[in-house]
Design a protein around this ligand. Structure first.
Ligand code: DAH
Length: 357
């Protein structure tokens, strides 16, 4: 009977010592199975007299039942602990996804995880939006036109008939559509002037932002894909001082007082007289550097009084109406504002660069 008691205690100790389900299974034969002390005692039973055999046999059964009970309890406990550990280890980290919710203002806003950095509009888009706001506040409407144009709108109606030397100012991408060199990627936003005047009678006070294309090799001041904002005013009694006033109002609103601009006589077939609109180089402050080709000035665009030949092409009465127009480079305006030395940065899509703005 003492041996049964010892066997029970030893079995209990083995079961309690097991630290995992696997360890527990491994100690089972020794605790109350084939290799246990209880099994050894059972083997001696048949040599005992009947009464002792019965009493000892019962004691062994009770002890074995108790150990089985302890075994099952321990097994449940260890199994649950291991399941918890597994769940913990395989838990999906949803905090990054949650960050999207946290910053988007949706129904889950702020309720999940830590925020991830949000993207923002490209610098050029920001400047375009700001230019639209400025001109809207000055009473202009914002219009748009197609990037794929025909020769008439991009050149001919703008007083550049076929073979006109001024076409050389615009190195053009032609599309393989229709007659050779009849369909192209617009080289400036000026064709939208033509579309506006074709579509309705004056007065017109409009700006046209948009993408333009030229076969230019990229450098600090040139991109083959760039952006312009066209301006067009057609009304009775418009003269050059209105153009100068509009430009002054615009530069004051966009640059503030600190930036020098100038109008320099120039030539465009669609304006007469024509001027180019320059700003002091933002990299060297006017001393002369690589960005401004050592001139101290950077051209932002062209402008002038609408050439009567253009009015004639679109059927506007040039005796009754006059107008002015301009086309500015949005990328250059963006560069001038942020002191950007090389326009190519705007196309590189380097997040370290773009995230500064
Ligand atoms: N379209 C010209 C260019 O891209 C710029 C320009 C000059 C636009 C004079 C105008 C203008 O509207 O009047 O070089």
């Amino acid at each position: 009977m003492n041996a049964v008691q010892d066997a029970l205690e030893r079995g209990r100790a083995l079961i309690e010592k097991a630290g995992s389900v696997a360890e527990l299974r491994a100690v089972e034969p020794e605790a109350f199975g084939k290799r246990s002390e209880l099994a050894a005692i059972t083997a001696t039973l048949r040599d005992l007299p009947p009464v002792e055999r019965r009493d000892l046999g019962r004691a062994v059964q009770v002890a074995r039942a108790r150990l089985e009970e302890l075994f099952d309890e321990r097994s449940t406990e260890l199994g649950a602990r291991e399941a918890r550990r597994l769940v913990e280890a395989e838990r999906l980290d949803l905090s990054e996804v949650a960050g999207l919710f946290a910053t988007s203002g949706g129904p889950l806003a702020g309720s999940l995880g830590r925020p991830v950095p949000e993207g923002h509009l490209h610098l050029v888009t920001q400047v375009r939006d700001e230019l639209e706001d400025i001109f809207l506040s000055m009473g202009f409407e914002v219009a748009e036109g197609p990037e794929v144009e025909d020769d008439w709108h991009n050149f001919e109606a703008l007083n550049m008939p076929p073979h006109h030397p001024a076409r050389g100012m615009f190195d053009t991408f032609y599309l393989d559509v229709g007659e050779p060199e009849s369909i192209l990627l617009r080289t400036h936003t000026s064709p939208v002037q033509v579309r506006l005047m074709e579509s309705r009678p004056p007065p017109i006070y409009a700006v046209v932002p948009g993408r333009c294309y030229r076969r230019d090799t990229p450098d600090a001041r040139h991109l083959p894909v760039f952006h312009q904002i066209e301006g067009l005013v057609v009304d009775e009694g418009i003269n050059m001082s209105h153009l100068a006033g509009a430009l002054e109002a615009f530069t004051g609103a966009f640059f503030g007082p600190g930036r020098h601009v100038r109008l320099r006589p120039s030539f465009f077939p669609f304006t007469e007289p024509s001027a180019e609109f320059d700003v002091t180089c933002w990299v060297c402050g006017g001393v002369g550097c690589r960005t401004c080709s050592r001139s101290g000035w950077v051209e932002l665009g062209g402008c002038g009084m609408v050439n009567p030949a253009v009015f004639e092409a679109v059927g506007v009465d040039a005796e009754k109406y006059t107008g002015f127009a301009w086309g500015f480079g949005i990328d250059r305006l963006a560069a001038a504002r942020t002191n950007l030395a090389d326009l190519r940065e705007l196309l590189d899509n380097d997040i370290r660069f773009l995230s500064q703005f």
